[in-house]
Design a protein around this ligand. Structure first.
Ligand code: NAD
Length: 288
């Protein structure tokens, strides 16, 4: 393997330490302890694991845990009432509704009840709109974690040719917007893109969030490129991403591994967003 591995685990640890320090400083300056309410509806095993990891990460940096769990058969009005209650609770700085919710619920309607100031996943229409307009708001965790990773490894963004594979509201679209904000030249590919390999080969930086195991092989990568693999897939042999890591590492200059690349950054950016939300709600945005 020739490419340098972009180590998300170590970078996330460093960012987590900074957040823990900032939480302590906020409290020492007379602020209230930031709090995150994770809302889990039902018993999906993967969602349980994700929420448990987020709660554990909160505890590690001194963010208070306001976790709430509702049964799988809860009705829309009861779930909505919980979000409303958390929205008006001053101890709750951020609200995260774990997706997917059970099929009988309207998740969009529940997300719409989260005030923009507490939307630590950055998924509400208000925050998506602020991002589209290049105005300050809470940004989706996975793409903002990728920007931190690229900065950590001194990957130049200004003027760089960046190709983003995927156009989801969660990853692809906000990724493209954050890169534009940093003066990259951005192309977005999706399931209807013609000759995906040829477009990807233009990229100095290739971000892949297609949700298809090992979609991207070495023929789609420009020699010397930086490759960011967002995909996560469980296989009998372990986890893999949307990129054929071993083969692409022979061509790329840098690559994020799966696991240990983008994943750890996603959780840490949730903590960062919760801290940012708490500071803004307390009028302490300018403080460390
Ligand atoms: P999604 O299914 O919502 O979107 C996938 C996108 O890929 C779509 O826009 C689609 O047009 C595009 N696409 C599908 N097939 C394609 C093809 N053949 N060629 C080009 N584009 C194609 O998925 P998502 O929520 O954006 O997530 C993508 C992947 O990232 C998934 O594997 C998901 O598990 C993973 N993910 C990881 C993290 C993390 O923290 N590491 C966070 C979020 C998502």
């Amino acid at each position: 393997m020739s490419a340098e591995l972009i180590d998300g685990t170590t970078t996330a640890r460093r960012v987590r330490e900074d957040i823990a320090k900032s939480v302590a400083e906020l409290v020492a300056a007379g602020g209230t302890v930031p709090g995150l309410a994770t809302v889990l509806i039902g018993d999906d095993p993967a969602s349980h694991v994700y929420v448990r990891n987020k709660r554990r990460a909160c505890a590690e940096v001194g963010i208070r845990d306001h976790h709430r769990h509702l049964p799988a058969d809860v009705d829309q009005a009861t779930a909505a009432a919980l979000i409303d209650e958390l929205a008006s609770d001053p101890a709750v700085s951020g609200i995260l509704l774990q997706l997917p919710t059970p099929g009988h619920l309207d998740a969009e309607a529940l997300l719409a009840l989260i005030p923009a100031a507490k939307d630590v996943d950055g998924l509400t229409t208000a925050n998506a709109g602020l991002l589209a307009q290049g105005r300050p708001g809470l940004r989706p965790c996975t793409p903002s974690g990728i920007i931190v990773l690229l900065d950590q490894y001194d990957v130049p963004l200004r003027g760089a040719e960046v190709v983003v594979v995927g156009r989801s509201a969660l990853v692809g679209k906000p990724m493209a917007q954050l890169l534009l904000e940093r003066d990259a030249t951005v192309t977005t590919c999706h399931s209807r893109t013609r000759d995906l390999s040829a477009v990807c080969r233009r990229a100095d930086i290739l971000v892949v969030a297609a949700g298809i195991p090992e979609l991207i092989g070495p023929a789609a990568v420009k020699p010397g490129a930086t490759v960011v693999d967002v995909g996560i897939h469980r296989r009998d042999t372990g986890l893999c991403g949307d990129v054929d890591t071993a083969a692409v590492a022979e061509v790329a200059a840098r690559i994020t591994p799966v696991p240990g690349g983008v994943g750890p950054m996603t959780i840490v950016m949730l903590l960062a967003n919760t801290l940012t939300a708490a500071r803004r709600q307390q009028g302490m945005a300018g403080r460390p």
